[in-house]
Every structure is written in C-alpha cells, then in structure tokens.
Design a binder for this molecule. Structure first.
Ligand code: ZN
Length: 379
C-alpha cells in the first residue's frame, strides 16, 4: 500500500504487478489509518433507502485480495476493523460510498457506469448471523422508570435499553454479524410487532435488553443482574448462560442467575431468544450505574462478547485510529558527519531513533535484555 498522492494513473511503481485505486486508505501495515479529519463524513446517509453501503478492497499478508461490500451502515473506522478482522494488512475504501454500487433501473436514477461486477440474487450466502436487537419498551411506556432520583430526575427504562441496543449494534456489525433493530424508533412498538419482524427476517438470535424493577414504588435493597430464556428451550438456555456469564464477569453487580420465564418475546420468537435484566431501577446503587455511560458501554460490550462466543466468532475490538505516517515525519540522523542508513521519526515534538544504529555509530556496546525489556549501552 502506497501513501496517498504518491501515485499517478499510468505510473505504477516499477515492482507493481498491477494496482487498484481507491480512497481513503483504511489499513496500512495492519493498522487503521483512517484520518480523524474525515470522521465527520463517516455515516453520511445515502439517497437509496437511507442506507450507506460500503465497498472495500483489501490484501492479506498471504497476498490474497478481498473485495467486501457491506449491507449495512458502517463508519470508515468500522470498515477498517472489518477488513483487519478478515486478515487484511492493507485496505482501501471504494471511492464515494454511493458511487461504488448500482441500484435497479426502476429506481429511475443513476449515472452511466464503465463496467461492473454483478452479483445476482441467490448467488451469495451471507456469512454473518442475523441478530435481532430489542430495546425492551418504548420511551413513554407507562411505569417503566426509576423512582425519583436524588437530583430530582427520573430515568426511563428505555433510556438505558436503547443506549445499550445502539452500542451493541455497532459492536456486532464490526464483528461481522448482521443486525436487525426490531424497534429502532422511540415509539412504543408492540412486542408482537418486534417478534413478528424478527421471525419474518429469519433472525438467528433475539436479544432483548431491559432494566428491572421491584416493589411498590421507591428504592429498596433488591439488586443485580438476571438473564432469562423460554422454559424448556435448550438453545435459549445455553445462550442465556453464555451472555449472563459475560455480564457478571464484566460488571460489579450481584449475580441473580439464569432464569426461565414465559415472556412474550421469548415465547413468540422462532429463534433462540434471551432477555437480560441488567440491574434494578428500584435500587439506588443499580440505578446510578444504569444511568452511567460507562455501565451502558460495559453491558453492550459484554453482550457482544457473549454473542461472539455463542457463534464461535472472534470479538473484534473497536479500531484505534492512528494518524497516517507521512514522509515529513521521518528524520535523517548524522553521527560524526556521517549519515546513518536508518531514519528516525518525529512525532508530537518527540524524536525516536534506532538506538542500536546510533549507539554503534558512536562506538558504544549495545545489549538487549528481553526479560526486563531494557537496552544497556556501555562505552
Ligand atoms: Zn423492561
């Protein structure tokens, strides 16, 4: 992968067999190089069905080339993580998002294309399992809220459920799953509508996210996490146990166990389904956690890790964006008037130099202790 702007059409490097161009770069040497400056464009909504499909090309260490086309909104960061997950060391986004795919003629809009590879219906099998994500209730569903909190506010259950659902959605798509948000709006979507959608779309798994309540108003001492499956469902039970184990391991809340219940979303779904109650709104300690971004983030990550384990998929950590290396970061080093063959770097006002080359040029003895990770320099 070559740096942006170092190539011209018709002027490939002399050792190139052939080259494919695209923009921006996603990966270089196995690292995410999506620039911070283009993050603001990451989820631009496309004109077709409000979706923003993405296409990317990548190359693995073994030299295999992969072309990936997503069926979901992905940020460039997520696309970079996906390409990394698929074993790519270098990857490019296909320019333009909307320019990288076609839509049917009957849409009545489009531009002429030079050429295209067309994948016909029925020719591809989707790799990723489809996970239905349910945020429990509507924002205004009666009764589903905390008692009055110390600051005089009240948290609605859906504030927690919805946040975790959205975060889980991002994690799962990054890990290669497809997702179905069965109630993506704040409207009080009936449970029957949620389960019917999951059944119609043939979701592989249904996860419903809730916060619990106990008692007859006011705070009490009942707290902790419980996870539910439908009575007698072996697949539901196995999934509930995995998800519950992750939630308990990743959070500080008491373990109230895996339980059975004849809940509508567990009963009416045709796929294995799990409902998590991630803490009690009616407990002061739990409600403080349920209100916090940190706890919501943790719950979403643990659920994602659990679903990955359930399907034997590696959990992909969010990509860490690193600034692209440019030639201007490199520095030359001259020792006693002689230029070294190796270069150093300058980043954030700090220079880093290859210590062995510099020390040996100065006539020092260099020893490396791999146990303490220490370099010893001696005259
Ligand atoms: Zn609930």
């Amino acid at each position: 992968m070559l740096p942006d702007k170092s190539l011209h059409i018709g002027k490939a490097p002399s050792n190139a067999l052939w080259a494919l161009q695209g923009s921006p770069r996603l990966l270089n040497n196995g690292r995410n190089v999506v620039a911070e400056s283009i993050k603001r464009d990451q989820l631009g909504t496309d004109i077709w069905r409000g979706a923003n499909y993405r296409t990317a090309a990548g190359i693995t260490l073994a030299g295999t080339m992969l072309i990936v086309r997503t069926f979901d909104k992905l940020t460039l960061d997520e696309l970079a993580a996906l390409m990394l997950h698929m074993g790519c060391v270098g990857a490019l986004n296909a320019d333009g998002g909307g320019s990288s795919y076609m839509w049917p003629l009957e849409m009545g809009w489009g531009r002429r294309l030079g050429a295209a590879l067309v994948v016909k219906k029925g020719e591809v099998k989707f790799m990723g399992k489809l996970i239905a994500i349910c945020d429990g209730h509507g924002m205004e569903t009666p009764g589903k809220r905390t008692p009055m909190l110390p600051d005089g506010k009240v948290m609605k259950e859906n504030e927690f459920n919805r946040d975790v659902a959205k975060l889980l959605d991002v994690h799962l798509r990054r890990c290669g799953f497809r997702t179905l948000l069965v109630a993506p709006t704040d409207v009080d979507t009936p449970l029957s509508v949620r389960t019917a959608l999951a059944n119609k779309e043939k979701a592989d798994f249904y996860i419903s996210i809730h916060a619990n309540a106990y008692g007859s108003g006011g705070f009490n001492s009942v707290r902790g996490i419980e996870t539910y499956h439908y009575p007698g469902s072996t697949k539901g039970k196995a999934a509930a146990e995995i998800l519950h184990r992750h939630l308990i391991a990743g959070t500080a809340l008491p373990n109230r166990g895996v339980k059975e219940a004849n809940f509508e979303v567990l009963r009416e779904t045709t796929m294995p389904a799990v409902l998590v109650e991630a803490g009690f709104m009616t407990n002061a300690q739990d409600s403080a956690l349920l209100l916090s971004d940190a706890y919501r983030t943790e719950c979403a990550e643990e659920l994602a890790r659990g679903i990955c384990e359930l399907y034997g998929v590696a959990y992909v950590r969010p990509a860490v964006t690193e600034p692209a290396e440019t030639m201007s970061d490199l520095i030359s080093i001259r020792v006693n008037g002689k230029l070294l063959g190796l270069k150093g770097t300058l980043a954030n006002g700090v220079t880093t130099v290859p210590v062995r080359a510099v020390a040996e040029a100065l006539g020092l003895k260099v020893a490396w202790d791999g146990v303490t990770r220490t370099i010893d320099l001696e005259k």
